[in-house]
Design a protein around this ligand. Sequence first.
Ligand SMILES: CC(C)(COP(=O)(O)OP(=O)(O)OC[C@H]1O[C@@H](n2cnc3c(N)ncnc32)[C@H](O)[C@@H]1OP(=O)(O)O)[C@@H](O)C(=O)NCCC(=O)NCCS
Length: 320
Amino acid sequence: MKYELKPVEAKDVASLSSIFSDYFPAESTSHSFENQIKLALTNTQLDGFALYGQGAQAIAVVFANKSLAKPNYGYVRFLHVHSSVKQDDHQSYENSEYRLFDAVFSHLKETCTTIKFDSHYKKPSDTLQNYLAKLGFQRIVRIDMVVHKSDMKTLVEPELPSGYEFVPWSKAMKTSTAKLLVEINDQSIDNLLLPFFTTIGGCERFVQDMVDSSFGGLGEECTRVLTYDKEPIGICFLTRISSNTINIPEVGILPAHRRKGLGKALVIHSFSNLTTTHPDFGEVSLTVTLDNVVAAKLYESLGFKRIKETIDLIWQNHNN
Ligand SMILES: CC(C)(COP(=O)(O)OP(=O)(O)OC[C@H]1O[C@@H](n2cnc3c(N)ncnc32)[C@H](O)[C@@H]1OP(=O)(O)O)[C@@H](O)C(=O)NCCC(=O)NCCS
């Protein structure tokens, strides 16, 4: 069958709804996603391509954009071919995936030094993963972890060594904590996945996004900074992402202060504040890169269990 590839405009988004609902099992999620896409196509640098078969119905769609914090960092988002195509003709299904991917990859490659295939909602098929590997994409596994409130009761907060102190986070600390986040994440694998960690401006936007509730709303009353000689050296942000779930979007200790039990103490201390400030929560969640063995071990020692694996695929232009 012949397919035609066309750029997607905001006015076309409603006609893609059958692809969105095929991708998201829950209808409500697909509906809000449709609105987000419409807004993003109109207001930001989001670009979309759709494949149309015979007739006006699109059978597949892909979106791509550049990071606001780092314009040379590109994302390929939401690549999906309608599952009916797979049932009808497996070869066409795979070819459609490759064609969609090539469309955005060749477009982003012109200006981006790093490109991430974002697979937050759905794991890419094995054939697509193999295709991306051939193009030079590196596979990074991310793990979602959860600890239930009942399993947190046994945690005992250790005493801090002399000179160290926990202080509450406040909006006045936005820039100082943004600087801290850049130093904490220097050389970390998360920089590759989350490029905003490499610049103070990017980290300020990340903090502001938490405050503005894009991450569910910052739990300011339970977010703590760890200081040494009154200078910030560690932070544990907590956000509320649902009535039941508190999320840790970021925790870190400056390299010079690591391996002293401070990271663990900071998380346990943040949890003890949580039980007073948000007594009705049920669980704490977070996401960690599988290769970040230190952080994963720390979370496991606190009772976190692995619940889901996500695969990110990253391409870097090694000529730059
Ligand atoms: C992860 C991080 C916060 C740990 O901080 P830390 O103060 O060094 O950790 P702690 O000294 O409290 O160690 C706690 C546990 O982590 C593990 N751990 C710490 N350092 C380790 C190392 N170098 N190798 C293996 N395990 C290690 C141990 O299980 C340790 O528990 P134990 O002492 O009972 O054995 C710190 O390494 C960091 O800031 N990393 C960069 C930012 C980051 O990756 N954040 C997590 C994002 S998801």
